[in-house]
Design a protein. Structure first.
Length: 372
């Protein structure tokens, strides 16, 4: 039993620490997942709490795992793990049965699990947690109580500061498809021979005021007494999906600029603001100044946003505004606004609004790279 308890402590500790760290690397991604859940359960009034709750959750996960693994205030860590597993195990069962959100986000974007896989993982962790919980009275202190609390407090602060750093300056590890060095077009290709999505299509017909569903093999195509009402297609088996499958950029006039931007042999800057109204006027003004400077120096500059036409017209400043999907923009860069430097469709660099280099420095870096 002692060996199994040590095994449970190591597994629980490592899993919770890993979960807490990968979420702290990408706090906005964790906040977006809370947002998705609130939307799925008609709790839009909680949108404002998405980021605070995300930080609270991954900090609690990290500290609970750290406590269990190291033995510092281990009894409290075991209680924390037990509370979290008691909450999330039945919750993930509900998610598996209803599937309102396809990916639980339990490991951020580092590892994607289906809701059923997550539920299975939580069952295993719950069994290990119960093992630790039933023998929690055997836990001994490594140091004095005050010393252990000080160490725990230090790691809480470090974890929060680490997440805030990633929030301000972009994640230190990019788990998303739009990484530096990626050629976007290559990530959009579907290889030959891979399985595609499989659908089940049903047809709804009406006769004598009664509607009935038919399959592809038995629908009354030649029976004029039946009136066609609707058609439904449901995915029954997911096929291969390329890492980037929703990248599309359109001009304010509706022209598709995707190929033009990805095939341009020179450098281009993409200023990305998922919602202009949420970026702040000062940050937008700084971005516009960069845009003017780049255009004056012969470098393409595009502003990508999901904001509506009426809002974009408020910024009628001569720069090229383009429309793109909001989720795509949030996936491209975790900043509003953020900046991506591309050349021939390849991502060269990414910056948040907080660490984008000065205009002259950017031009100098590009000029030097061209002459190398």
């Amino acid at each position: 039993m002692k060996i199994f308890r040590s095994f449970a402590r190591i597994i629980i500790g490592l899993v919770f620490i890993f979960s807490g760290i990968v979420k702290a690397i990408d706090p906005l991604g964790s906040a977006y997942k809370f947002h998705d859940y609130f939307q799925a359960f008609n709790m839009e009034f909680m949108f404002w709490a998405s980021l605070p709750l995300a930080i609270l959750l991954f900090t609690a996960e990290f500290i609970a795992g750290f406590s269990v693994l190291t033995g510092l205030k281990q009894k409290y860590g075991i209680w924390g793990v037990m509370i979290l597993m008691t909450i999330f195990t039945p919750l993930t069962l509900i998610l598996a049965l209803t599937n309102p959100v396809s990916d639980c986000g339990c490991f951020g974007d580092a590892i994607h699990l289906t809701n059923w896989q997550t539920f299975g993982k939580n069952i295993i962790l719950l069994v290990l947690s119960v093992t630790l919980f039933t023998e929690r009275k055997q836990v001994k202190h490594l140091f004095s109580s005050i010393t252990e609390w000080i160490i725990i407090a230090i790691f809480i602060i470090l974890n929060i500061l680490f997440s805030l750093y990633n929030l301000r300056y972009l994640p230190v590890i990019d788990f998303l498809p739009y990484k530096t060095g990626v050629k976007i077009a290559d990530q959009m290709v579907i290889p030959d021979g891979v399985a595609s999505d499989e659908y089940m299509t049903t047809f709804i017909y009406e006769k004598d005021g009664i509607q009935k569903e038919f399959s592809l093999t038995d629908y009354p195509a030649d029976d004029s007494t039946w009136k066609f009402i609707d058609q439904k297609s449901v995915v029954i088996k997911k096929g291969y999906q390329p890492p980037i499958h929703d990248f599309s950029i359109a001009s304010s006039n509706g022209d598709d600029l995707t190929d033009k931007i990805l095939s341009h042999p020179g450098y281009s800057i993409l200023m990305i603001s998922s919602k202009l109204s949420e970026a702040g006027n000062e940050r937008l003004s700084e971005g516009f100044d960069i845009g003017y400077y780049f255009l004056d120096n012969g470098i393409d500059f595009y502003i990508l946003t999901s904001s509506g036409t009426s809002e974009v017209l408020n910024y009628n400043n001569g720069l090229q505004f383009c429309s793109a999907d909001e989720i795509t923009l949030k996936t491209m860069i975790r900043s509003n606004p953020g900046y991506i430097l591309i050349k021939d469709g390849t991502i060269i660099s990414k910056w948040s609004w907080a660490n984008v280099p000065g205009k002259e420095e950017l031009i100098r870096e590009i000029t030097q790279s061209v002459t190398r």
